[in-house]
Design a protein around this ligand. Structure first.
Ligand code: HEM
Length: 452
């Protein structure tokens, strides 16, 4: 017997043994169609894997980290390490200790930090995929809305975690973020006591710590449960289509013929999850994170205030002459409201991006705006920008996209109309093999669309 066959048989036997005793197939997630064996169908699963890694690495960091601004003699040595004669705050020193004295501490901290970047990046990929492929359309509107809340909470994790090492840089950037949050009309003054506590640096650090390690992770876990429960109820979204009658759910009979989640899909995602952790460790080992000077160290010059990459766009917005924190917050809120209610703004039944020119234009412009602003914020942090430069840099994004999408849609709409007319006359579709007829709407389309 070949090694491959022996391996497969052994795995099947082990799995049969587990399945016999757990009946996992009955209670695990629902089966999925064959075509979902592609990474693009599991982008949310990768975000969940990244979240899991953050929870595990964060729990280990908690064994050593001290959320305190106290400076006492115990910490004189690490203060000296930062070029100062005075003791450094406990939060900074315990981070210093993790990096320099805990076995593998530097690797652990670096993977936690880079893991947060990766989680946010993967979440953005998951979000844009859903946006372009119309995954938010009926019946998945609530999945999308819960996802938007998850997006905000994940950014909140990044924001609250940034202060914890208690570096000068982190403190200044958090300060700017808090000014922006407190600038929110009505909500700002209401939330101020919860964020600032008694107004002391210790009060702020304690609140950020509590939010980072307890409140936000609990909220993410609860919403993730709802997100996955909704996914379980709808099944995976079918590929994007121009057909308004396309069914957006599989029937129970179809689902029975799909590939069981346990063990097949689970192991498929696990394989990618392990690759993710491997890459994370590789990057952290090659480029370990370095701790900059602590807040209150007068021996070194204050650094330029920059946030992590995902907030750069908002920081740059405040650099625009005439844009006050309130205006910046209003722009940010308007974008969030647009995303949250997108399923109710885009009501057409077709999911393919080419059939949604307005939303294709808005999404692409938003993506480019985000990239341009982030690069700009990283290149010239804190440098004021005058209105003329803003118009010259930002306006082309929206204008060029409008022209490109408009031309593309004009061409596409003409050929689409022609194909529909040919279809009505029973003529062959251009490009189809001779004799091939245009495929009819999927079986059950009418009932499904009535149900949805
Ligand atoms: C912490 C962040 C998030 C996690 C962990 C997460 C996780 C997941 C998972 C595991 C799925 C199942 C399918 C898949 O793996 O892709 C899923 C589906 C989905 N998610 Fe998320 N998600 C997150 C954020 C978001 C965001 C920001 C949005 C959009 C605003 C969103 C919208 C959706 C939609 C519409 C589906 C159904 C897609 C389909 O059926 O193909 N999610 N999510």
């Amino acid at each position: 017997m070949g090694l491959g066959r022996w391996y497969n048989r052994t795995l099947n036997r082990i799995w049969g043994f587990v399945e016999d005793r757990t009946s996992m197939r009955r209670w695990a997630l629902r089966p999925q169609p064959e075509f979902t064996f592609k990474p693009s169908y599991w982008t949310g699963g990768f975000v969940a894997t990244a979240f899991l890694y953050q929870v595990v690495s964060g729990a280990l960091l908690l064994l050593y980290y001290q959320p305190s601004t106290a400076t006492n003699a115990t910490y004189t040595a690490c203060g000296q390490a930062a070029g100062s004669l005075s003791p450094a705050p406990a939060a900074w020193c315990s981070t210093y200790y993790i990096i320099h004295s805990v076995p593998m501490g530097s690797l652990l901290l670096s993977t936690h930090l880079y893991g947060s970047y990766a989680m946010i990046f993967l979440m953005l990929v998951h979000f844009w995929r859903g946006y372009y492929l119309g995954a938010y359309k009926a019946p998945r509107e609530f999945s999308w809305m819960v996802g938007t809340l998850l997006l905000l909470l994940t950014l909140g994790m990044g924001f609250t975690g940034y202060l914890l090492p208690y570096t000068q840089l982190a403190y200044n950037a958090t300060d700017v973020g808090i000014v922006l949050t407190l600038g929110l009309p009505t909500l700002g003054p209401l939330t101020a006591p919860f964020i600032l506590a008694d107004g002391t640096p210790q009060g702020l650090l304690s609140r950020m710590f509590d939010a980072h390690v307890l409140l936000i992770p609990l909220a993410i876990a609860a919403l993730l449960y709802a997100h996955v429960a909704l996914f379980e109820s709808h099944g995976i979204a079918p590929p994007a289509s121009s057909d308004p009658l396309q069914r957006r759910r599989f029937t129970d009979r179809e689902a029975k013929e799909h590939v069981p989640f346990m063990p097949h899909i689970f192991f498929y995602i696990t394989k990618w999850g392990l690759l993710y952790v491997g890459i994370l460790f590789g990057i952290a080992a090659l480029w370990p994170w370095t701790l900059s000077s602590y807040y209150g160290n007068t021996a070194v010059a204050a650094p330029v205030t920059v946030p992590d990459w995902y907030f750069l766009w908002l920081f740059k917005l405040v650099d625009f002459v005439g844009v006050t924190p309130v205006i910046a917050v209003v722009v940010g809120t308007a974008i969030v409201v647009y995303i949250l209610f997108l399923p109710f703004l885009d009501r057409s039944k077709r999911t393919h991006p080419r059939d949604r020119p307005l939303f294709l234009w808005a999404g692409t412009s938003l993506l480019e705006f985000f990239i341009v602003m982030s690069v700009w914020g990283g290149e010239t942090p804190g440098i004021q920008i005058f209105p003329m430069t803003v118009v010259q840099t930002i306006a082309p994004i929206f204008v060029v996209n409008a022209v490109a999408v408009g031309l593309f849609y004009w061409r596409y709409a003409r050929s689409y109309k022609r194909r529909l007319a040919d279809r009505a006359l029973g003529l062959p579709t251009p490009g189809a093999p001779p004799g091939a007829s245009v495929p009819a709407a999927p079986v059950g389309a009418a009932e499904a669309s009535a149900r949805e």
